[in-house]
Design a protein around this ligand. Structure first.
Ligand SMILES: C[S@@+](CC[C@H](N)C(=O)[O-])C[C@H]1O[C@@H](n2cnc3c(N)ncnc32)[C@H](O)[C@@H]1O
Length: 261
């Protein structure tokens, strides 16, 4: 994804220093905010604009006018349902128990990783290929302070460990049987519904689906299960998913899983 970095209006020296560091790290231009609007910066550079906010978190303003920033909204809804009913579709598909370890191969905004960390109470390593999304989620996890009903999940934010990289390359570097569950949630193929959380993702995220080579590595690295979140009907499109079981949910989402023991 192509971006330029700037700060929110009236930046403090800390925000400017952070923006400089970030632009250098990403190898992209740093734009002084001054009186420029985000739209003016987009027009001038023809790129997405990554803004360092007052609390040093990041907001991505996409070229199509969407905003991507860290917020645990979907995690909160799932967590509250889980706490009320003791069940959650992804957790069921993982057959996840306290003490087990999860490798999340598509970290995104870490909603799935947070859910896994909450239940397992163990570190969840999350691999993200896009450097901008990685920076947004890394800072979000570090700085987000859960309030109200989300306070019970405070520890989960500290257990998710973002890693920048390609999931296939990361899996190749891992020993056999090194995580209980290896999990994928690639971008949905031809989604039929609108989701305001995923919409900015569709514009800017990396759209790799799982490949047979990646799955082979995942099945080597997993001790217990490999789980893939897809939209309904996707399994039939890919013969290499033949030996994966399907677990439906109340939505259009399906979890495909395979026992690897
Ligand atoms: C649908 S989103 C994941 C949502 C995430 N599980 C959550 O709960 O917020 C897919 C993410 O995987 C990332 N991605 C795509 N291909 C990847 C790859 N080969 N390796 C690592 N990350 C990848 C995308 O950039 C995107 O952020």
């Amino acid at each position: 994804m192509e971006v330029v970095v700037t700060t929110d209006r009236k930046p403090t020296p800390e925000m400017v220093a952070e923006a400089e560091k970030l632009a250098e790290k990403l190898g992209v231009p740093l734009v002084k905010r001054r009186h420029n609007t985000i739209n003016a910066i987009k027009k001038r550079f023809g790129k997405n604009v990554l803004v360092v906010n007052g609390d040093l978190t990041l907001t991505l303003h996409t070229l199509k006018g969407q905003k991507l920033f860290f917020h645990p909204g979907l995690f909160k809804i799932r967590l509250l349902n889980y706490l009320a009913g003791g069940k959650e579709a992804m957790i069921e598909a993982m057959a996840l128990k306290e003490g087990e370890t999860v490798l999340d191969c598509n970290l995104g905004l870490a909603q799935d990783a947070l859910m896994a960390a909450f239940v397992s109470k163990r570190e969840v390593v999350g691999v993200e290929k896009d450097p901008v999304i990685y920076e947004i989620v890394k800072r979000g996890l570090e700085r987000y302070r859960p309030e109200g009903k989300l306070k019970v999940a405070d520890f989960a934010f500290k257990l998710v460990k973002p890693v920048l990289g390609d999931n296939y390359e990361f899996l190749k570097s891992q020993p056999d049987n090194s995580y209980d569950v290896v999990y994928f949630s690639p971008m949905f193929i031809k989604p039929k519904w609108h989701c305001s959380v995923m919409s900015p993702f569709r514009e800017v995220a990396v759209k790799d689906f799982v490949s047979p080579e990646t799955l082979k590595e995942a099945e080597r690295v997993a001790r217990k299960r490999v789980v893939i979140k897809v939209n309904r009907g996707v399994k039939e499109l890919f013969p290499f998913l033949e030996d994966y079981e399907v677990q439906g949910s109340s939505t259009n989402v399906e979890y495909l899983y395979k026992e690897v023991k």
